[in-house]
Design a protein around this ligand. Structure first.
Ligand code: AMP
Length: 184
């Protein structure tokens, strides 16, 4: 099962993704987590990505594409994977298609968690990440609308988009996701 989780910051991608990977024993590949680890470890990647992340901007496509390409080659991705926070731009999505095609794989479902901006701002108040200040959240939302939202039409055309209402109890949202993926 090869999945992409898609949605604005604060949509609950990470939380719902954790449940899927636990229940279906596939790895969760979060580019945000990988980048935060690189920043914490002071690697060259982290040094490049850190200031952009702190400003609520996307990091350059080449950087994240390289990370994901390497990660997908690892053995634990053979039986499936869940991409959380990647792709975030059309060039990233196109690279992903090309990388997967090389090994005869493809994305089966793109789960789009839909949450209004007002709910996102409310939810972010409860989080403690460095890039969760109201100003940075607004910048991240702007980046999402400008660069990431066009992916919906891209994946819809490919027949892969599964739109989920991301407002409600964690249980109900998880049930909707499983129904959309025909897992329940
Ligand atoms: P996330 O944890 O997915 O919200 O990602 C945190 C931050 O990491 C984002 O605001 C971006 O600065 C950066 N980032 C994560 N994934 C990507 C991606 N696919 N493309 C560009 N930047 C990314």
């Amino acid at each position: 099962m090869n999945l992409v989780f898609f949605g604005p910051p604060g949509a609950g991608k990470g939380t719902q993704a954790q449940r899927i990977v636990a229940d279906f024993s596939i790895p969760q590949i979060s580019t945000g987590e990988i980048l935060r680890a690189a920043v914490a470890n002071g690697t060259p990647l982290g040094k490049q990505a850190g200031p952009l992340m702190a400003a609520g901007k996307l990091v350059p496509d080449e950087l994240v594409i390289g990370i994901v390409e390497e990660r997908l080659e690892e053995k634990d991705c053979q039986k499936g994977f869940l991409l959380d926070g990647f792709p975030r731009t059309i060039p990233q999505a196109e690279s992903l298609q090309a990388v997967l095609a090389k090994t005869g794989k493809r994305i089966e479902h793109v789960v789009s968690l839909e949450v209004p901006d007002s709910v996102i701002h409310e939810r972010m108040k409860g989080r403690g990440r460095a890039d969760d200040s109201p100003e940075t959240v607004q910048k991240r939302l702007d980046e999402f609308r400008k660069l990431t939202a066009p992916l919906k039409a891209y994946y819809e055309k490919l027949g892969l988009l599964r739109t989920i209402d991301g407002v409600g109890s964690l249980e109900d949202i998880y049930a909707s996701i499983k129904r959309a993926l025909k897992l329940s």
